[in-house]
Design a protein. Sequence first.
Length: 466
Amino acid sequence: MALRFYNTLTQRVEPFTPLHDNVVRMYTCGPTVYNYVHIGNLRSFTAQDILRRWLQARGYQMDHVMNITDVEDKIIRNASAEHKSLTEYTEKYTQGFLEDTAALRLQRPERLVKATEHITEMVQAIQDLERGGYTYESEGSIYYRISKFPEYGKLSHNDFSGIRAGARVDVDEYDKANARDFVLWKARKDGEPFWDSAIGPGRPGWHIECSVMAMKYLGETLDIHAGGVDLVFPHHENEIAQSEAITSKPFARFWLHSEFLNIDAQKMSKSAGNFYTLRDLREMGYAPEPIRYLLASVPYRKKLNFTFDGLKAAATAIDRLRNFKLRIETDRFAEGANEALIERTESAAKQFGDSLDDDLNTAEALAALFEYVRDANTAMDSGEFRAGNIPAALELLDQFDRIFDVLRPSATDDAMSDAQVEGLVAERAQAKKNRDFARGDQIRKQLLDAGIILEDTKEGARWKRK
Ligand SMILES: [Zn+2]
């Protein structure tokens, strides 16, 4: 079965190939830089990273555009509360976003584009909509008339035909029950930043920025538009209404949405005290790899229940894989190859790929890998794993890590000094001499966690840093 994704637009799982050549033109809604991103946001971004990596593993090239929303109601409110300019305020959180996503090893999109650098294009798009009769003006603001776009509701699968014409909203975020004509251009207000333009002084609404930047860089029809489920309505619905009114072409062929993240089965909120940013979790002592693993391990269309037990289990899972890799790299195996095990490795690799082809079923892909690791460990214990089985085993781990990217430990400020390592290596040699194998294993693990690989030779243990 070929690569396929669930498409929110058609409500079906459909085979995926890009429209042109080998290049996937993808747009994802980036952060609104008024604060540090929380792990709910990071779940969406991690899902998009897995998507990117898998498309590349399947031989496609990415042309991925992500916007940085750097003018918006909340930003303006917060910046003015801190007596900062828009740029000064958003720069800090844009930087924070780049640091957090890099720590989680999210590949940088080919293009990261800022809303405030595309005001001219947004004004032009609003003028296009004006000419098509899709807009009206009220007190200096310009609104999109949704009754003029009969397909409004086709992405969120809502029927908005009964909506009262002329009722409108000025805020960027609202729910289905409050669906109204939405704002494209907000009239200048005292104390707020604004741009002088042919459509009057003001600033753009949130929705128009994504339509404009997506089409500017990727053309009128995108292969994939992705985001969190909370963006389906109104944001993505409005993006379709704007873009398709301008071009009369489908705006995006595939719409992929990742589900919510709950904390201890509850909605994350500041008032419930269960609101975490990546920075919070790292301050609590959690490394980025288990966080990344946990966010990626649940298929993106399932709700993810984030718990600290889950985070610890993720760390244990990563340890198992790192230990397995270390064992392959440092144990001594008899010559030759075990044919049955070669087949076992091939079938695990195939299952891993088939699972990700199936709408990125990460849980099944991981299950395939861990079943293999269990079998291979058993084969090692019984001496059936041979030197000739090493390359395929390492390749399978690489295949996994090109997508999940958790095997390399993050550098920490408290890396072990050479003297500390030597001390532990000597202590381990003594423990082995005393037949205290538990202590020996404990030290090996401690070293591994610190990024030190041990190799036992006839002349004693050798070590290297990863
Ligand atoms: Zn967007």
